[in-house]
Ligand binder design. Structure first.
Ligand SMILES: Nc1nc2c(c(=O)[nH]1)N[C@H]1C(S)=C(S)[C@@H](COP(=O)(O)O)O[C@H]1N2
Ligand SMILES: [Mo]
Length: 459
């Protein structure tokens, strides 16, 4: 067990001993620090770290920092800049190892249905290995689909005809394309929202960028014929609704026709030159890089070309939609004031070193990771070791193709021994950058693109 993990145990035990009958403590034990912080971050701060956020009680704050430093096992060097209510990065991520066939080191968030994310340090490769690509299921996945009899049907009000292809026909009748495409769940980062949003409590690992191979969706749609009336496509997969009600889709989403017709929008059968893993849609799925991954239908059986915005399961209400205008945290928002999420926002992830690393003061620390944006390129990535007071620019590669993530590297020198957080912030080519802590609250906790941060103890 690493030193940070040991301290979490110490904190939880201390809380349990002192306040055994307190509801909050039961909540910490059951749901962890995130939920406690989501309910009331300032109170949580006081309870967990005896850190007080009131600027007037400076003495209390300093005392709090001291106890926080004790818990962390090192001085919080830039502690005076640390926002109140912020869970130190050392405690913000938990690692529960879990095994799914073909997956390696993913953290389970839910087992009915199976949902699992990848710890940041296991996403270090420029091309995400299949074994480290996250799993997000809304329903019950099919069991061992038979690729040799698999078919895909194209139909709908705005299709010229209805046509069914076998997998073999798709592979032989259309040109093959490979692209590295970033898929990120719209709910990635949900765990940090306050008030808490229901749903899988993703931290940072519902994202990946493998190489996908398949045919262009536009080539297949064009061969069937698309009427001028087409505005949207919708997908249907072979998974079942959790209720197992026949004919009821677990999820049936889609994209506007313009996105469907992009060169990089694929009907894919391979991830990194191997058949798709079962949990990622074997034998066939859609891949729309840069858009919420919920649009990339798995176990793909049918595509409908619609003359209106697709109205399948999880297209309506609050699902994958945001308040059209910003709202106050916790506000009730009417369904008609919610807008569909389109391109994902600018974001970055530090994948090396692993959070919780000890690093010698005498040496510079090499830091690296990825940055991506749903539309356009990432222009710059910066890192900070003083809670965002100052930033240094990192080196950044160009994307291998549109919608592929980019790699950043930088070397960091530390001024003294102690506890540090490294924060990373990406800026896109339009000058939009990641918020330092949390972006706009929304009822379902989508699109948290706050700066990623890791903990380092300089020794
Ligand atoms: N048929 C089907 N497609 C689906 C889903 C699903 O539950 N069923 N989940 C969607 C969501 S919400 C996400 S984030 C991505 C996750 O893809 P992955 O499991 O391959 O990581 O698949 C999308 N496509
Ligand atoms: Mo998702």
């Amino acid at each position: 067990m690493g030193f940070f993990a040991r301290f979490i145990t110490i904190i939880l035990n201390a809380l349990l001993i002192h306040k055994a009958l307190n509801d909050e403590v039961v909540a910490v034990k059951k749901h962890g620090l995130h939920e406690l912080y989501a309910k009331d971050p300032v109170k949580a701060d006081e309870q967990v770290f005896q850190r007080t956020s009131n600027a007037l009680t400076r003495r209390g704050f300093i005392k709090g920092l001291k106890s926080l430093s004790l818990l962390l096992g090192a001085e919080v060097v830039y502690g005076q800049f640390m926002p109140a209510g912020l869970i130190p990065a050392a405690f913000a991520q938990s690692n529960t190892p879990f095994s799914i066939e073909g997956k390696d080191g993913l953290t389970i968030l839910n087992d009915r249905p199976i949902n699992a994310e990848t710890p940041a340090h296991l996403l270090d490769d420029a091309v995400t290995p299949a074994s480290r690509f996250f799993v997000r299921n809304n329903g019950i996945p099919p069991q061992k689909p038979d690729a040799s009899t698999w078919t895909l049907t194209i139909e709908g009000e705005s299709a010229e005809q209805s046509k069914t292809f076998t997998l073999e026909e798709l592979k032989t009748q259309f040109k093959h394309y490979s692209y590295q495409l970033t898929l990120e769940c719209g709910g990635n980062g949900r765990a940090e929202f306050s008030p808490a949003a229901t749903g899988n409590q993703w931290t940072t690992g519902a994202v990946g960028c493998p190489k996908w191979t398949g045919v262009r969706l536009k080539d297949v749609l064009t061969s069937v014929g698309v009427k001028d009336s087409a505005v949207y496509i919708g997908y249907y997969g072979d998974d079942q609704h959790l209720s197992r009600t026949p004919g009821k889709a677990a999820i049936s989403r889609g994209v506007p026709i313009n996105k469907a017709m992009e060169d990089e929008s694929l009907i894919a059968w391979a991830m990194n030159d191997e058949p798709l893993p079962l949990m990622n849609g074997y034998p066939l799925r859609l891949v729309f890089g840069g858009w919420p991954a919920s649009t990339s239908g798995k176990w793909l059986k049918k595509i409908v070309v619609r003359d209106r915005v697709h109205d399948g399961a999880k297209m309506l209400g609050k699902a994958y939609r945001l308040p059209c205008k910003p709202v106050a945290p916790g506000a009730k928002v009417a369904d008609e004031d919610m807008c569909i999420i389109e391109a994902m926002p600018i974001k970055s992830l530090i994948t090396f070193p692993q959070s919780g690393t000890d690093h010698p003061l005498a040496k510079k620390l090499s830091v690296r990771g990825h940055a991506w944006s749903g539309e356009g390129k990432v222009a710059e990535v910066y890192t900070s070791i003083d809670f965002g007071q100052t930033w240094q620019i990192a080196e950044l590669t160009l994307p291998v193709n549109r919608h592929a993530w980019q790699q950043f590297t930088t070397k960091i020198a530390f001024p003294q021994q102690g506890y540090f957080e490294i924060w990373a912030k990406a800026v896109d080519e339009n000058g939009k950058s990641q918020p330092m802590v949390l972006p706009g609250w929304n009822p379902k906790g989508y699109l948290n693109n706050a700066c990623h941060r890791i903990a380092v103890r300089v020794v």
